[in-house]
Write a protein that binds this ligand. Sequence first.
Ligand code: HEC
Length: 101
Amino acid sequence: MWRKAWCFLVVSAWGVGGLDAMAGPGNGAKVAEQCVSCHGARGISSGPLWPNLKGQRAEYMIKQLKDFKRGVRRDPMMTLLVQSLTEEDMRDVSLYFSGLE
Ligand code: HEC
């Protein structure tokens, strides 16, 4: 019985990993779906403490996202959020927001 439960855990962890992998190259708009509740659908944020990302430099954003992930920059929301992002996701989503007009 325990063996079955263990299998289930492994399979569900693998399933979640699979979802991550699907957000592959050029998938910035898809990754951005996790960001729009705070940073706005068009990159203009919906709260005074949430920065606008529209038109922001991609290189700068990639660096910030990496810094959040490494713990060099900390924010209760962002630090948590970036944990599930790959380097590719960070690049794609940064290019997406920087390219919004
Ligand atoms: C729950 C709200 C929330 C969500 C969702 C969210 N962010 Fe943020 N984000 C913030 C806040 C708050 C800050 C400002 C942190 C600080 O004060 O240091 C921030 C900062 C940033 C910055 C740095 C901006 C700057 O000018 O330095 C980037 C880049 C960023 N977020 C990208 C993203 C991306 C990409 C996503 C989606 C994967 C995302 N955020 C999702 C709240 C959020």
